[in-house]
Design a protein around this ligand. Structure first.
Ligand SMILES: Nc1nc2c(ncn2[C@@H]2O[C@H](COP(=O)(O)OP(=O)(O)OP(=O)(O)O)[C@@H](O)[C@H]2O)c(=O)[nH]1
Ligand SMILES: [Mg+2]
Length: 313
C-alpha cells in the first residue's frame, strides 16, 4: 500500500515515516503529500509560543488532556529550538507528555530547527497537513517565541497563544512587538509565583497600545498554573470562543487564505531555487561563477538576468 493510503488508514508508523521524509527534505515525500492534500483543511491549528521555559509544554500537555476528555484527537508538533537556552527540550517534552504517548488519539512529534532545506516553516506546514489528513481534530504547535522562524511558524496557526510568566517586570519588553501582534490569547502561566496580577496589568497596557482599530477581537489574558492544572478550563473556553469568533467573523477564511498564500509562495521559491541550482550545476560550478564575479569579470545582476532569461525562454 502507498504511504498516503496507509496514513489515511490510520497507520501511525506511516505517519512517522512520512514526517521523517519531510524532515530530511526527501523528495519521496512529495507523492504522499500530494495525495494527502485533498484530505486536509479540517483540523483546528493552535500555536503555542512564548519565552523559553515559560511552561509551554506543560500547558500543551494539560490542554491535550482537556481536548481528549471531550473526545477530540490531538496532534502535537514541538518545534525544538536548538538554541543554547533550551538544550534538551525534546527529552523534557517527552517526559512531560509521557502519559499521552500510549494514547492512540494523540500523536507527538518534535522537530529540530536545523537542517530544513525548504525552510522550517514549510516542513512544519507539511507535518500539519500529514496530521490533518491522519484525522487529528486539533493540532498544537509549540515553539519558542524568540526567532523570526518561530514567529513564521505560529503564523500558520488559526489561534495563537502567547505564554508569559510573572515577574518579567521591565523585561516584558522582551516579548517582542511581533509576538504581541500575533497573540490571539495571552496566558500568564506560573501564576503561583509573585507578581502574576502585575504582569496581567502590564500586558493589558501593552496590548492597549497594540490594539488596532480594525481588530474586532480583543485578546483576553488568562492566568494559569499549568503544573497544578489550574486555569486550564477557563483557557479552553477562551480558545473555543476564539474559534467561534474566527468562524462567525469570516476571519477563519481570511487566515486560511493568507496561510495558503505564504505556503504557496514558499514552495514556489524553494522549487525555483532548486531548479536554478540544478541548472548551475555542482558546488564547483557555482564557485567558478562566483570567482568571475569576485574578479570583476562579471557582475551578479547581469549574470542572474541572463541565466533566468535563458531558463524561462
Ligand atoms: N511554578 C510553576 N512551574 C511551572 C508551571 N508550569 C510549568 N512549570 C515548570 O516550568 C519548567 C518549564 O516548563 P516547560 O513546560 O518545559 O516550559 P517550556 O516553555 O515548554 O520550555 P521550553 O520548551 O524549553 O522553552 C518545568 O520545570 C515546569 O514544571 C507553573 O504553573 N508553575
Ligand atoms: Mg517545551
Amino acid at each position: 500500500m502507498k504511504l498516503a493510503d496507509r496514513v489515511l488508514n490510520k497507520d501511525v508508523r506511516a505517519v512517522a515515516r512520512l514526517i521523517t521524509l519531510v524532515e530530511n527534505g526527501d523528495p519521496e515525500a512529495l507523492p504522499a503529500l500530494k495525495a494527502l492534500y485533498p484530505h486536509t483543511g479540517r483540523a483546528y491549528i493552535l500555536g503555542v509560543t512564548g519565552a523559553p521555559g515559560a511552561g509551554k509544554s506543560t500547558l500543551v500537555d494539560k490542554l491535550t488532556s482537556a481536548f481528549r476528555s471531550r473526545g477530540q484527537t490531538v496532534g502535537i508538533i514541538a518545534v525544538d529550538p536548538t538554541s543554547p537556552f533550551t538544550g534538551g527540550a525534546i527529552l523534557g517534552d517527552r517526559i512531560r507528555m509521557q502519559r499521552h504517548y500510549l494514547d492512540k488519539g494523540v500523536f507527538i512529534r518534535s522537530m529540530a530547527t536545523r537542517g530544513h532545506l525548504g525552510g522550517l516553516a514549510v516542513a512544519t506546514n507539511d507535518v500539519v497537513h500529514i496530521l490533518d489528513a491522519y484525522g487529528m481534530d486539533i493540532i498544537l504547535i509549540e515553539t519558542v517565541g524568540v526567532g523570526q522562524d518561530e514567529v513564521e511558524i505560529v503564523k500558520t496557526a488559526h489561534t495563537c497563544l502567547v505564554i508569559t510568566v510573572p515577574g518579567m517586570g521591565d523585561d516584558i519588553q522582551a516579548i517582542k512587538a511581533g509576538i504581541l501582534e500575533i497573540g490571539d490569547i495571552f496566558v500568564v502561566n506560573k501564576a503561583d509565583r509573585e507578581g502574576a496580577d502585575k504582569t496581567v496589568k502590564e500586558l493589558e497596557i501593552m496590548l492597549g497600545f497594540n490594539t488596532y482599530p480594525q481588530k474586532s477581537w480583543k485578546p483576553p489574558i488568562y492566568k494559569t498554573i499549568a503544573v497544578k492544572d489550574e486555569g486550564i478550563s477557563a483557557l479552553v473556553e477562551g480558545i473555543d470562543a476564539h474559534l467561534s469568533y474566527l468562524k462567525d467573523s469570516g476571519e477563519l477564511k481570511k487566515r486560511k487564505l493568507n496561510q495558503t498564500e505564504r505556503e504557496f509562495l514558499e514552495i514556489l521559491q524553494h522549487n525555483l531555487m532548486q531548479q536554478a541550482m540544478a541548472k548551475i550545476g555542482d558546488r564547483e560550478a557555482l564557485t567558478r561563477l562566483l570567482s568571475k564575479i569576485v574578479n570583476r569579470e562579471a557582475d551578479p545582476y547581469s549574470l542572474v538576468e541572463e541565466m533566468v532569461k535563458t531558463w524561462f525562454a
